[in-house]
Design a protein around this ligand. Sequence first.
Ligand SMILES: [Zn+2]
Ligand SMILES: [Zn+2]
Length: 345
Amino acid sequence: MIRSWIKSGAARVMSRTGLDRLAGSLSGARAVPLVINYHRIVEDFANSAKTSIPAMLVSRSMLEKHLDWLGRRFRFISLDELGARLEGKDGREDPVAAITFDDGYRDFYEHALPVLKRKGVPAAVFVVTDLVGTRRVQVHDRLYLLLARRFSPGGGAPGPFEVTRLLLETLPQGEIEKVIESLEVEVPIPEDSYRPFYSLTWEMLDEIHRAGVTIGSHTRSHVQMTNESRERVMEEAAGSRKAIEGRLGLSVIHFAYPSGYFNTAAVDAVATAGYKFAYTTCTHYDAMRPLLTVPRVPLWENSCSDSRGMFSESILSCQINRAFDLVSGCRQHHTATKENGHARS
Ligand SMILES: [Zn+2]
Ligand SMILES: [Zn+2]
C-alpha cells in the first residue's frame, strides 16, 4: 500500500515536470519507437485473476483507457511500418506506437479484436504454434494454476507467482513438465478450468490476419530460449515460422522472445530462422543485431493504477518512458558477451 502510494505520488511529480522522460533516458532506454506488450484480454480482471497470473491480464475496459491515452499522443502503426521506421526507411519522425499481444490466447479474438477494429488501431499477435487450435495450455498457466491450488502463501513464504517465475527462469521446459505432472497427481485440475487459457485456432488467425493484424511467431511451445539446448532453440524459432507460413500462406518476419528472455544463442537462432525483427521486454540489446532485440513495454491491468486502484495517466506516462526501470529493471544476464550491448554503453 505504501509502495503503491509512493509510486502514484512519484509518477505524478515526474510526469508533470517531464522527469519521467529524463529518468527513462537515465535507465538506459534506447531512442526507439514505443512498442507495447499485452497478453490476455478479459472481461472481468478480478474474476480472471483468481486463476491466472495477474500480470498477464488486462480488462477490455482498461485496454481501451490505455489505447485512448496513447492515441492522443502517438500515431498507431503496424509492425511492418515500425520495421520501416527502425530501418530508417519511412522518412518521418512523428511519435508512433505499436501494440502487440503475446501467446495467441483465444481471448484476443473475443475481446481485443473488436476494440482494435472499432478504434482503427493496428496490432500484432505473437503465436505459440504447437498450441494453435488445440486444447493444450501454456506451461506457465498450468504451473501457476497448480501452484495456486497446491500452496496457500503466508508467513512470508513465496506465493505461486514467485515460484512459477523462479522455475521458468531456471529450468528447461522438459523439467517443468515433470514438475507439472507430479503436481497434477496431487491436485487434479478439471478440464473446464483450462478453458480460459485456450489458444486461437488457425481459422481465427486467418480471420485476424485478414482484418489487418500482423501475425508473428512466439516459438513452437513457449520455451524460455535461454534455458534450452541450441538445437531446441533453433527448432522452436524455425519450426514456428514454417508452421504459420504453411498454414496461413503469409510471410512471417516478426518474432517475440517468450518472456523476453534472450541471449546470443537465441538471437543467432532467430537470425538463422529468417526473422527480420525480434522483440524483447527490456532495454538490453544485441549491439550487432539491434533489430533482433527491439524493446517493448509490458502493460497489464494494474501496471498503470494508482494507490486506489484507479487508472493513472501519470503512471502510464512513467511506464512508457521506462522511468521505473531505475528501481526495478531487468533481472536477466543475457549471458553477457562482448556482443551484448546495453543501451548506455
Ligand atoms: Zn509469451
Ligand atoms: Zn535485459
